[in-house]
Ligand binder design. Structure first.
Ligand code: NI
Length: 196
């Protein structure tokens, strides 16, 4: 009998085996104007089993949505944890599990992307951000990683790291646009009867 030792396999294969062997967990995503979206999240002290479970549940939740990035506060956990996968539909998944991310460098050059957010559903606007960023973080194994991101990955990192600081992409828009979309979501929440 052959036993596969998952530790010797590449991370993404491990994650596939691991993810197949456990129940999916789709967490509820909180939406504007939930005040928890404005919290500043706390760093994690170590990558233990509970942080790994959070990362895995967040990946399930993000793929289910579907989205390309999700910050822990969007599932009401105020920890500096996020997951990202900017692979296109026809490509192999490239999940990134990120804890305590820090932008250590960003380019002078800017880039504009049309952004959306799972916490502000069905609203999209152009946002200008640095074109490239270098991000240092802890991965799912607790190893320090540093990557230079450009294009969509760069935008996604910046958008998700903003969440950890209580910042939403609408904060990068004009006040008029921000107030208009906020009002719309406040009104919708009131109609649903979950006004805070
Ligand atoms: Ni978002």
């Amino acid at each position: 009998m052959n036993v596969i030792d998952p530790v010797t396999l590449p991370d993404y294969i491990q994650s596939i085996i691991f993810r197949k062997s456990r129940a999916m967990a789709i967490l509820p995503i909180i939406e504007l104007p939930d005040p928890r979206l404005r919290l500043v999240s706390e760093p994690v002290s170590e990558i233990d089993a509970s942080v790994r479970k959070l990362m895995d549940d967040m990946l399930d939740t993000m793929y289910d949505a579907p989205g390309i990035g999700l910050a822990a506060i969007q599932v009401a956990v105020a920890k500096r944890v996020l997951v990202i996968d900017v692979a296109k539909e026809e490509e192999e998944p490239r999940p990134l599990c990120v804890a305590n991310p820090e932008i250590v460098w960003s380019s002078e050059e800017k880039n504009v992307y049309q952004e959306g957010c799972l916490s502000i559903p069905e609203y999209y606007e152009d946002v200008e951000r640095p074109e490239k960023v270098r991000v240092r973080y802890l991965d799912r194994d607790g190893k320090v990683q540093e990557i230079e991101a450009d294009g969509l990955l760069s935008t996604c990192f910046q958008h998700e790291i903003d969440h950890l600081n209580g910042v939403l992409f609408i904060d990068h828009l004009s006040r008029l646009k921000r107030e208009r979309v906020t009002k719309k979501f406040v009104k919708a929440a009131r109609l649903r009867g979950d006004d805070e």
